[in-house]
Design a protein around this ligand. Structure first.
Ligand SMILES: [Zn+2]
Length: 417
């Protein structure tokens, strides 16, 4: 069987044919080239308006990289024609295998971008002996196509989240769709200001904003303000993940402070290496950690008392009725305010201030996938942490949409993966 026959089976074009396929002597790496030409009488299509137009001239031969076989590089070779278009002027013709100025065939770009969902970009470049630049451009192409072709109907539940980006206090605002049937990253914005989230609602549009039924977010004030203004009709929930990460921050603060005090007063360092003991859920501790935690709990330390307050608060989430949950919340806040531990008092004050939004959790219970924001948050952090080359906002954006956007892929792209 000839390679030409195989190419005709897997990748054939209506108005073009493979003239010849040959081995390239003297190439730096084993290389095969397939020469393409237009079919007789095949009139060129203007790449601008996509209409058949009379020819103008022919450009020099160009090479377009295709998916390698058996470690052998494969290129299409073709001399693009230019058309004389009534509406667009002199333009390069539309080639069904390539996009504008790209050196890769679309098929190969889709191939690389799909692999970039499973491996890091660097690994993809190494595995297929191509450059990092080709991988990022392929992913970019896939993201642009995916964003253009995704379905934005029936969005009822969204989660608004933020992740720290780069070192220092730079943030990205991420909006996820969290409907049970469709979970994906919808939108990314630089920063976490009022303006940022306003831009999201502007993008979403009025009609789709009115369809929203549930919104979950953390207690970040600019978000709360924008949500109240732009989607006041939806049930706004402060979800478990965000509330509990507020607790973790408070405990971290108490522990760090107390460790310093103990050290300066010359006590043995009971608190060193206890960070995870206090932050992890008890059921996630190892046996060894469990023993250490039991030991630690014998001390009447602020850190320990904060930990116990946090663990006690977990009970809040198990209520079925908002009324009883509210009673529990009030009692808990009173106790926390009496604890004389400032960071915990701060948490209590915050929870009190947002009591109605907190209790909305029980109204919305079971109506959207609540744990999903936490999962997305972890994945987003992981994606940005593989930070080589994500120094620009644009690259981070592309990477996040690619990893979390559940973007559609054209049918033809599936054939090779
Ligand atoms: Zn045209």
């Amino acid at each position: 069987m000839h390679i030409k026959t195989i190419l005709n089976r897997v990748q054939n074009f209506k108005s073009f044919l493979y003239e010849s396929v040959y081995w390239v002597e003297d190439a730096a790496q084993p290389t095969i080239e397939a020469r393409l030409r237009p079919r007789v009488n095949g009139q060129a299509i203007c790449s601008c308006c996509m209409r058949r137009r009379p020819g103008y001239d022919t450009l020099p031969v160009r090479r377009f990289e295709f998916i390698p076989i058996w470690g052998i590089k494969v290129f299409f070779r073709y001399a693009p024609r230019r058309v004389n278009c009534r509406t667009c002027g002199v333009r390069v013709e539309q080639m069904p295998w390539a996009d504008g100025k790209h050196q890769l065939t679309q098929t190969y770009a889709w191939f690389l971008s799909e692999w970039a969902k499973r491996l890091s970009w660097k690994e993809v470049a190494e595995a297929f002996r191509t450059t990092w630049g080709h991988v990022i451009r392929s992913v970019e192409m896939a993201v642009v196509w995916g964003l253009d072709n995704r379905d934005l109907s029936n969005i009822e539940a969204i989660g608004i989240d933020e992740i720290a980006w780069k070192r220092g206090h730079k943030y990205l605002t991420l909006v996820y769709q969290i409907d049970a049937g469709c979970r994906r990253l919808l939108w990314i914005g630089q920063d976490r200001k009022t303006k940022t989230l306003l831009r999201f609602f502007w993008w979403l549009g009025r009609e789709r904003s009115l369809q929203l039924r549930f919104i979950c977010s953390d207690m970040w004030k600019p978000y709360l303000r924008v949500i109240a203004k732009k989607a006041g009709h939806a049930i706004h929930v402060l979800d478990r993940f965000h509330i509990m990460s507020g607790f973790s921050k408070a405990i971290d603060e108490v522990r760090a402070q107390e460790a310093r005090t103990l050290k300066s007063e010359g006590y043995e360092p009971v608190l060193t290496k206890t960070r995870w003991l206090l932050l992890k859920r008890p059921e996630n501790l190892t046996d060894n950690q469990e023993i250490k935690l039991a030991e630690l709990l014998r001390y009447n330390l602020k850190s320990v008392r904060s930990y116990l307050l946090k663990e006690e608060f977990q009970f809040f989430w198990s209520y079925a009725s908002p009324y009883w949950a509210g009673r529990f919340l009030d009692k808990w806040c009173t106790r926390a305010m009496r604890s004389k531990i400032d960071p915990m008092k701060k948490v209590a004050r915050q929870l009190r201030r947002h009591r109605p939004l907190l209790l909305n959790w029980f109204k919305a219970k079971g109506q959207y996938s609540s744990g999903i924001v936490e999962g997305f948050n972890n994945k987003a952090k992981l994606t940005t942490r593989k930070s080589y080359g994500f120094r620009t906002y644009h690259a981070a954006e592309i990477a996040l949409y690619h990893a979390l956007g559940a973007l559609p892929v054209p049918k033809t792209a599936h054939r090779f993966i």
